[in-house]
Design a protein around this ligand. Structure first.
Ligand SMILES: [Zn+2]
Length: 404
């Protein structure tokens, strides 16, 4: 059972000489940490292709003084900072970027704004991870809990949290991992303590095909897809608990004058509430079923049929670390301590998985400002970005000193 952090122990933190030394180290090395963020961002790491960036991070975590740095079976980089007990707090940032192999990862600067795919999401988090490890060792900070630093694979898209799932479900350390902080996003005022549930589907439509004129009247895979999209696009979704749907990709067909034999759609469903997620998922299945029925009945005289196969290709459970949890309280305190007004919220991040198995988890910002993640226009502004790693470090220390 967790109770709120001891206020006394927390209030002492900013006055402690070792803590001040670590915070000053982070601020004083701001430029060097930015340079490293850019170096990380320029090593391409699309989901399932993170190996080169992983090797770089392993080398950097060793230089930062972590113990037993290795790349695990799943491709995650792990490094240890032993505490007085074996109970372990995991501090993670994700290696992968949500871009296809071949994307140009060169970072360019225009005034105070820097551009690069994945420069903020999550190269900032990886740079913050290194800054925190260095600062703790520089200031010789001791903790009660052991810290496990992780640069993990598979956060984005069809990665489906494969890296963090491995860590908590299968890795030899899983039994001792008791809390989780992911550094993702940038804003140190934002504390993500809720995991938006996500389900992702692939719908494969197959039809007999034929000539657009000669075989007119046969069912079409693309026309069926159109019927599905029309039904989904007209669906109501509640603003609270926020629930969303998106047909993100469609591909299919072979020629302008051929009735489409195949069409594939990728659909992303999200909700803050498991019940709403189930509801929207049912509606999606209903839309597919009805669209196929309509197309087949409309093209009934041809005697031919279109068929749909629906497959779940990604799943992130919804859930929440309660506001009263010591980790959430520690994060709120730390955010205030660095001059922010903290806000709690929901997102879909690596924290979803540990939250779903009851492990206190939050996702915190790595510092600076950013927008347009997952697009080629992703940008990052480094002003005051040192406050990100400072806030995360204070969260770790406040949580570590909390009475449990
Ligand atoms: Zn991210």
């Amino acid at each position: 059972m967790l109770i709120a952090p001891l206020l006394g122990a927390q209030q002492e933190l900013p006055g402690r000489a070792d803590v001040r030394k670590a915070l000053e180290y982070i601020r004083g090395n701001h430029e060097a940490h930015l340079e490293r963020q850019v170096r990380i961002a320029e090593i391409p790491a699309p989901t399932f292709h993170e190996a080169e960036r992983a090797r770089f991070m392993a080398d950097q975590l060793r230089r930062a003084g972590l113990r037993d740095v290795e790349i695990d079976k799943q491709g995650n980089v792990t490094g240890w900072r032993p505490g007085k007990t074996a109970q372990t707090l995991v501090l993670a940032a994700h290696l992968d970027i949500s871009f296809a192999p071949g994307v140009n990862t060169k970072v360019r600067k225009e005034g105070k704004r820097w551009y690069g795919p994945g420069l903020a999401d999550d190269s900032r988090g990886l740079a913050a991870l290194l800054a925190i490890a260095e600062a703790m060792n520089h200031a010789k900070i001791e903790t009660r809990q052991t810290l496990l630093f992780v640069a993990n694979v598979g956060e984005e898209g069809l990665g489906d949290l494969i890296g963090i799932k491995y860590l908590f479900r299968e890795s030899p350390h899983r039994e001792r991992l008791k809390a989780f902080i992911s550094i993702d996003g940038t804003n140190p005022a934002r504390i993500t303590n809720g995991g938006t549930g996500v389900k992702r589907y692939r719908v494969d439509l197959r039809a007999p095909g034929g000539h657009s004129y000669g075989n007119f009247g046969r069912p079409s895979a693309i026309h069926t897809a159109g019927r599905i999209v029309a039904k989904l696009a007209a669906m109501e979704a509640p603003p609270s608990p926020k629930t969303t749907y998106n047909v993100g990709r469609i591909s299919g067909g072979t020629a302008i004058n051929a009735i489409a034999e195949e069409c594939t759609m990728e659909i992303d469903l999200r909700s803050e509430s498991p019940g709403e997620l189930d509801r929207i998922e049912l509606k999606m299945h209903e839309a597919v079923r009805l669209a196929v029925e309509e197309e087949n009945s409309f093209r009934g005289p041809s005697g031919l049929q279109v068929k749909a196969a629906t497959r779940l290709v990604g799943q992130r459970p919804a859930g929440q670390t309660p506001e009263t949890d010591a980790l959430v309280r520690a994060a709120q305190w730390a955010s205030r301590a660095t001059g922010h007004t903290p806000r709690l919220g929901y997102a879909s991040t690596d924290s979803n998985f540990p939250i779903s198995i009851g492990i206190p988890s939050v996702t915190l910002g790595g510092g600076g400002r950013s927008d347009n993640a997952h697009s080629l226009q992703e940008w990052f502004e480094p002003e005051d970005a040192w406050k990100g790693p400072q806030t995360v470090l204070l969260t770790i220390l406040a949580y570590d000193s909390a009475e449990r």
